[in-house]
Design a protein around this ligand. Structure first.
Ligand SMILES: [Zn+2]
Length: 153
């Protein structure tokens, strides 16, 4: 198949564009990040109607759409790996040198998993069901990377 665009007499150059951006994390997202940064605590929000705790926290329940932004609950800093992938391709935007593990972690007290870096274990040794705990960053970046990574307990 011929992917060339018929441009007549114009000359087309293909390239890639890096696009830095900023956005407001919202009140719920901001409280989540600043509590990790200032107190080293991971907070979720609970829907009392559905009896579900969401992390990362959200403004409304994804099941019944109730406003849950004020229903903060403190979660443990420990949890369990429910799935993972080993990142093996190098890319400038990645937070670690490859290979590294991105894990889906079910925190104690939460009903939804969150994604984070799993470190302190050989990628080939990671197992579903592995118990892990948050390791907080020594220097803040004011991002979710104030949890530097999770490591096996
Ligand atoms: Zn609900």
């Amino acid at each position: 198949m011929d992917n060339k665009i018929d441009t007549g007499d114009s000359y087309v150059i293909e390239g890639k564009l890096a696009l830095p951006y900023t956005y407001f994390a919202g009140r719920v997202g901001s409280t989540f990040i600043t509590t990790i940064r200032d107190k080293h605590k991971i907070m979720g929000v609970k829907c009392n109607t559905c009896d579900k705790v969401f992390v990362p926290p959200r403004q409304t329940c994804e099941r019944c759409l109730e406003d849950i932004r004020e229903n903060w609950v403190e979660l443990g800093n420990t949890g369990e790996v429910v799935n993972f992938t080993v990142v093996r391709y190098e890319d400038k935007h990645l937070p670690r040198k490859v290979p590294f593990v991105l894990a889906l972690i079910h925190l104690d007290g939460a009903d939804t998993p969150m994604v984070h870096i799993l470190d302190g274990v050989d990628p080939e040794e990671v197992k579903i069901g592995m118990k892990v705990q948050a390791v907080f960053a020594e220097k803040t970046t004011h991002t979710i990377l104030d949890i530097d990574h999770f490591a096996p307990v």
